[in-house]
Design a binder for this molecule. Structure first.
Ligand SMILES: N[C@@H](CCC(=O)N[C@@H](CS)C(=O)NCC(=O)O)C(=O)O
Length: 210
């Protein structure tokens, strides 16, 4: 049985979406962020020492890192769906996106989040951080172009992983500069599987209106 240790309003939402797209049975073990610190509750550390979400449990095996979790679910439970054929050029692009989402694209967003707490002391860092947010989001926008989906214009785990980057980019107002991104987020969030995942969780802050 697959269990997702899910934190509200988090990058774990995309794992639920993936499981819904694949129509796999799974259970959600829900955790709530602390109202003051926004951090995960200590119970998550009982599942994995880092105490972060998502964590996937599969018959006792613990898998962390959303890119690795996406890869694991698709390989072991996907039945060939949600990824290009292994060995194909498209599969190499797919793997790049799985790593790019957390390995590169999230970094400037997290730097902006943390340095914002320093106020004026962080001012010298902000131009570089904002430039890097823009560069990563511009790359995503250019790669997507007029297509609906990132790899071979076919929905895959690459879109699952990049959905959170697109959502936070749009939430931060970057959609005005990259109009294909609000459309991409809308396309993602309109999917019945995404809606089904949303219905099983607490309100999700990165939902587009309508
Ligand atoms: N790179 C990790 C990031 C995991 C992560 O930092 N998750 C956040 C939620 S988006 C979390 O659990 N934060 C709560 C905390 O650090 O206490 C992944 O993609 O799985």
């Amino acid at each position: 049985m697959l269990i997702v240790h899910h934190l509200n309003n988090s990058r774990s939402q995309r794992i639920l979406w993936l499981l819904e797209e694949l129509g796999l049975p799974y259970a959600i073990k829900a955790y709530e962020r602390d109202a003051v610190t926004n951090l995960a509750p200590p119970e998550l550390k009982a599942i994995h020492p880092l105490g972060k979400s998502p964590v996937l449990e599969d018959d006792g095996r613990i898998v962390v890192e959303s890119g690795a979790i996406t890869d694991y679910i698709v390989r072991r439970h996907g039945g060939g769906r949600m990824a290009p054929a292994p060995g194909s050029d498209a599969h190499e692009s797919y793997l790049e996106w799985l790593h790019f989402a957390e390995g590169s694209a999230m970094t400037p967003f997290l730097l902006a989040l943390y340095t914002a707490r320093l106020g004026d002391a962080a001012a010298p860092l902000q131009p570089r951080i904002q430039e890097q947010i823009g560069a990563h989001v511009a790359f995503l926008s250019a790669q997507l172009g007029d297509d609906d989906w990132l790899v071979d214009n076919t929905l895959s785990g690459a879109d699952v992983m990049m959905s959170f980057i697109a959502e936070i980019a749009v939430a931060q107002g970057l959609g005005a500069h990259f109009p294909n991104l609000p459309a991409y987020v809308h396309r993602i969030q309109s999917r019945p599987a995404w809606q089904a995942a949303k219905a099983k969780t607490a309100p999700y802050n990165f939902t587009l209106p309508g």
